[in-house]
Design a protein around this ligand. Sequence first.
Ligand code: TGC
Ligand code: FAD
Length: 393
Amino acid sequence: MRADQDLFEGVDYYGVEDLLQPEEREVRDAVREFVSRRCMPLIVEHFRAGTFPEELIPEFGKMGLLGANLRGYGCAGVNNVSYGLMLQEVERCDSGLRSFISVQGALVMYPIWEYGTQEQKERWLPLLAKGEAVGCFGLTEPDYGSNPGGLQTRAVETSSGWRLQGSKMWITNGHIADVAVIWARTEDGVIRGFLVETEREGFEAREIEGKFSMRASITSQIFLDDVEIPRENLLPKAEGLKAALRCLNQARYGIAWGVIGSMMACYREALDYARNRVQFGKPIASFQLVQRKLVYMLTEITKAQLLALQLGRLKDRGELRHTQVSLAKRNNVYHALRIARLARDILGGNGIVDEHHVIRHMCNLETVYTYEGTHDIHTLIVGEDITGFSAFQ
Ligand code: TGC
Ligand code: FAD
């Protein structure tokens, strides 16, 4: 049996495997093997150093991971369940690696694919799919996080195009990006999406230092100081906050799947440790309180798998509502974080050392709980859907 197969033994308690199509399993297994071989050996070193393993970017491209669920322009064009399984496998290693793939595919390639002109698509999508160009997505601002509808970045029309002024906060991939999808308000008050080449004068990205979470991911603040872009850099169909929020649905969908990988990694590590660690003359796995924690973990993993799978089937049928994505992001991230904390607990003192991975997952998941809509924002999105009352107005 391969080492990576062993790692997943017992994590499919309900035979969810049987609900997958053969090609979905093939995609998952190929990414699983790639992650074990190429990503796992690098991750601890990069997390310690606070660096992103940029050498993996072209390999992500070769594996078809970038914009995998988009069709054409060099994208893999897999179905949404396969795409979710890919992200699950990547996040088994680290949420920061999955973030790179989410941002590139769901937040940069998707808006170009959905809202862009033919020229924009032909210029950027093949490069982004191969990992020969990197993108970032600038919606959040220092004073507008959960409430992006208030964003202050301005786009003023000029004789040749647009002039952008403002700043963006917490931008994944910011200072390694070649192109930024920037959301700004035009003079008529409408929020619109723009493609900004990062080499343009007035564009500056500064690394956010001191992170205890997502250390193997690049996070930047972006400053736009009268950045001039040509008319053809406007994403013509990206009009209104709704256009930006539709990109978030793509990324939130990926997160709902991705965190299952973190859950599985933490559960397997805790289970193996508990079977082998002896206290009071017995393996700690024999103690009822430890068993309760392990059973909680497996129960929530099983529920998360079924939730994500049905979410994917709905998305593949074109029937997915954004509030259903919110429910899954909220649920799966909440339990992933709890599972990581419990795994850390079961490993005792060893649980705080990075060679055991669970503390890294735990720290990363604190970010995942907050970005792409905080846990409470998703509560209020679903709350509005079921009650008819908005908590935001
Ligand atoms: P609201 O009035 O509710 O909505 C405006 C219009 O948009 C519609 N809508 C959506 N449509 C599609 N998908 C969604 N998810 C949608 N959410 C809302 C809505 O129906 C309405 O349509 P219409 O036709 O009536 O005009 O807008 P609001 O200003 O009250 O805000 C609502 C709220 C709070 C839910 C929204 O602003 C929100 O989702 N806030 C959270 C912000 C967030 O998630 N930011 C993420 C930034 S990107 C990021 O974190 C990347 S992390 C890196 C990685 O992914 O790895
Ligand atoms: P705030 O909105 O200030 O929220 C603070 C607290 O107040 C939270 O607990 C929140 O739930 C609560 N709160 C706010 N409003 C309400 C309410 N109405 N009711 C109840 N509680 C409320 N953004 C991008 O645009 N692009 C990126 O690539 C990107 N990458 C990121 C990477 C990292 C590592 C991080 C940490 C963030 C990233 N973000 C990105 C930003 C992320 O989306 C925001 O951090 C998130 O939306 C929350 O905004 P905020 O941090 O300003 O918190």
